[in-house]
Design a protein around this ligand. Structure first.
Ligand SMILES: [Zn+2]
Length: 98
C-alpha cells in the first residue's frame, strides 16, 4: 500500500484544483448534511473510494463528493477506520453512509 506522503503532492496539481473547483460548483452543499436535509456549505472535496495514489480514482469525477469540514473530519474518518457512519434521515430513521 502506498504511503500517504507518496501521493499527497497530487493535491497540488492544477488538474486537481480544477476538478475540485468543478465539484464545488456542481455540488456546493455538504452531501452528508443533505441526507438529513441540513444545508451546509461544502469546504472539502472528498474521494468516495480512497484513491491511495491511484490516478484513475483520484481524477474520477464520479468518485468525488462535497463535504463540510465537520462531516469530513467526523463521519469520513469513521468510515476510513472501517466502521459505518450513521446520519439521521428526514423521516427520523438512521441511514448508514460509507
Ligand atoms: Zn456536513
Amino acid at each position: 500500500m502506498a504511503n500517504k506522503s507518496e501521493w499527497h503532492h497530487l493535491y497540488q496539481r492544477a488538474a486537481w484544483r480544477r476538478l475540485r473547483a468543478h465539484q464545488l460548483a456542481v455540488q456546493p452543499l455538504c452531501e452528508f448534511c443533505l441526507i438529513s436535509e441540513e444545508v451546509t456549505a461544502a469546504e472539502v472535496v472528498d474521494h468516495r473510494k480512497p484513491h491511495k495514489g491511484d490516478l484513475e480514482l483520484f481524477y474520477d469525477p464520479s468518485n468525488l463528493q462535497s463535504l463540510c469540514a465537520p462531516c469530513h473530519n467526523g463521519h469520513k474518518q469513521r468510515i476510513e477506520r472501517g466502521s459505518k457512519a450513521v446520519v439521521i434521515g428526514v423521516d427520523g430513521y438512521p441511514i448508514e453512509i460509507g
